[in-house]
Write a protein that binds this ligand. Structure first.
Ligand code: COA
Length: 189
């Protein structure tokens, strides 16, 4: 459990904050913002801090941190290309990132690929669901018409999450399940 932040914690700074979509639980303050280059080192810290299992489920390869081109992509907020959402919480040193999700348009606007990861100690609190709902809002607002994801077939948590959010799931070869969701106007609030 973390202590409560100061009252203006959610609105301070000059980040591209997603004001209406902060996530809160009693006694815990979380805030969501769109990643920019200032987040690069904290994103690496988030990735390094994941269990090997979570890293593998997210990236499908046993990486330790993000290669520089991927880090640059994830921190370049561009609604027609890539948008990364970050969740942060106060800690003794200020704030730390505890979750990340992004869409990568490929190609825009027909479809985008999404992926999400929540720090191991913060899983099963609704953060992954909240991130994917918000990402859908952002993708819809940008004009994307279909959201897709590839999920490892043994990733029960992500499959359950995708199913609950309305994705249709198709088993592909090679232990992969493909998730797909049409994004229709009006965009979710
Ligand atoms: C998949 C992941 C993002 C889910 O995030 P989360 O914040 O734990 O998800 P939520 O708390 O919103 O839970 C969503 C649903 O999944 C279920 N769930 C979460 N973790 C689970 C687990 N380990 N086993 C079974 N179900 C699980 C929850 O119970 C919830 O369903 P419910 O409300 O009906 O109970 C998270 O487990 C994670 O980061 N995993 C490693 C990376 C990964 O797999 N990314 C997906 C790549 S496409």
């Amino acid at each position: 459990m973390v202590s409560l932040p100061s009252p203006d914690w959610n609105t301070g700074g000059s980040r591209t904050r997603c004001g209406c979509i902060g996530t809160e639980e009693p006694g815990i303050a979380l805030a969501m913002h769109v990643a920019d280059p200032r987040d690069a080192e904290r994103i690496q810290a988030l990735i390094r801090g994941l269990s090997m299992h979570s890293r593998y489920q997210r990236f499908f390869v046993p990486l330790h941190e993000l290669p520089p081109p991927l880090l640059a992509q994830f921190t370049s907020a561009d609604p027609v290309a890539t948008v990364t959402l970050l969740v942060e919480t106060p800690d003794h040193a200020g704030t730390k990132l505890i979750a990340m999700a992004q869409y990568v348009a490929a190609p825009f606007p027909e479809r985008c690929e999404i992926a999400v990861v929540v720090a191991d100690g913060w899983q099963r609190r609704g953060i992954g669901s909240r991130l994917l709902r918000t990402l859908k809002q952002l993708a819809c607002a940008a004009g994307v018409t279909r959201i897709e994801a590839d999920i490892l077939a043994d990733n029960g948590a992500m499959l359950k999450l995708a199913r609950r959010l309305g994705y249709s799931l198709t088993r592909l070869g090679g232990g992969i399940v493909h998730a797909s969701l049409a994004v229709e106007a009006p965009c979710p609030e």
